[in-house]
Design a protein around this ligand. Sequence first.
Ligand SMILES: Nc1ncnc2c1ncn2[C@@H]1O[C@H](COP(=O)(O)OP(=O)(O)OP(=O)(O)O)[C@@H](O)[C@H]1O
Ligand SMILES: [Mg+2]
Length: 418
Amino acid sequence: MPAIRVQNLSKEYVIGGRPRAHETFREMLADAFLSPYRRYRRLGGDASREERFFALKDVSFEIAPGEVVGIIGRNGAGKSTLLKVLSGITEPTAGRVELTGRTSSLLEVGTGFHQDLTGRENIFLNGALLGMSQAEIREKFDDIVAFSEVEKFLDTPVKHYSSGMYVRLAFAVAAHLEPEILIVDEVLSVGDAKFQQKCLGKMEDAARSGRTVLLVSHNMTAVRSLCSRAIWLDSGSIVMDGDAGAVSAAYLESNAKIALEQIWENPDTAPGNDRIRIHRVSIGPDGEGSTGGLSVATPLRLAFEFWNRAPSAQLNLSMVLYDIHNVCIFNSFSEPRPYPEGLVRGICHIPGNLLNDAKYRVRLLIVEDTSVPLVDLDSLAFFEIRETERPGKWYGKWVGVIRPRLEWETECLSPIGK
Ligand SMILES: Nc1ncnc2c1ncn2[C@@H]1O[C@H](COP(=O)(O)OP(=O)(O)OP(=O)(O)O)[C@@H](O)[C@H]1O
Ligand SMILES: [Mg+2]
């Protein structure tokens, strides 16, 4: 019997008009915690005109017990909606879902916890919702608190928690109540690197001990390392369902718009954090007067500009290049040195006749003391190298992840008959 069975599932939302009555008690709780922004953004505009659209359209799949499955897709694809239906937070419009096993879910910040209750009370409330006895919850209590690292705030209402603290506690609760099915939405986007690592470890444990795990993530590296299978959703429908490596590669390729220059104008919202923010990335031919496309023979210049707010740190840029199958082509980094506070540029030169004709993804890390990544941008840029004019008569695909032009020597060692 599958752990999760989803049959012809659809979820229709009505935008505009009056908010409808809450369908379930859990949805009411969840809605009460959503920030006003989220709620009113959807309700803005002409309130008399209702617009309907499907956040999920005829979705069907089955997940076997013990499978670890990643749900991937662009913003608004319907991933969270799917998890909400599976967790019973919202009712489907059509179709059905069946879950066999005790289920625990960690959805977006705002769901699952009662804002006016303290951390301690929420732990017990969540356990009770999972059908656990007080004694069972008490047994897990210390582990949850230790994992979450919010001990000092246990008796503070969670509405005073920072989003990081909130997610720590929510993840700790979801993971420690020993569910048979663990459903996790995008936990890796919140919290610091150390906590993300802890969460990944915990999900690996859950997977190894045979639990069924369903996780939504935008981080393809995490999906590939944790999941055996991935389901790619777009506009509410399944685009692809299969091996995690293959599905994530197809997804990345579909996203691989060839952006040769990208600029983030706002130093407060650009990718990065309060020490480092990316300003601009550009990829073009190296050398003066070179224009036009990037071919196999073209030397490349990759420029990365960032705002540095870590003036005393020894920094180096580290670039990792991948192909669309996520094969790592190479990693190259700059000399570590301190930079003054301000806009900093690093340029990497890739010689011509090294890369093959293919699409590439650029990951950039900015590293402190050659050991601590301050930022790690998995898919900072994409570019494509095109075929050059080839001598000879062979026009087939030139195989290989790289295509260096190497020196050859050929000679005839002993001519016959001389
Ligand atoms: N309560 C709601 N009322 C109306 N529309 C909604 C509601 N919740 C979600 N939507 C819409 O449904 C669509 C799917 O949203 P969903 O949150 O499932 O996307 P997602 O794949 O999780 O995206 P992200 O990667 O940004 O988290 C979006 O267009 C969203 O705006
Ligand atoms: Mg979501």
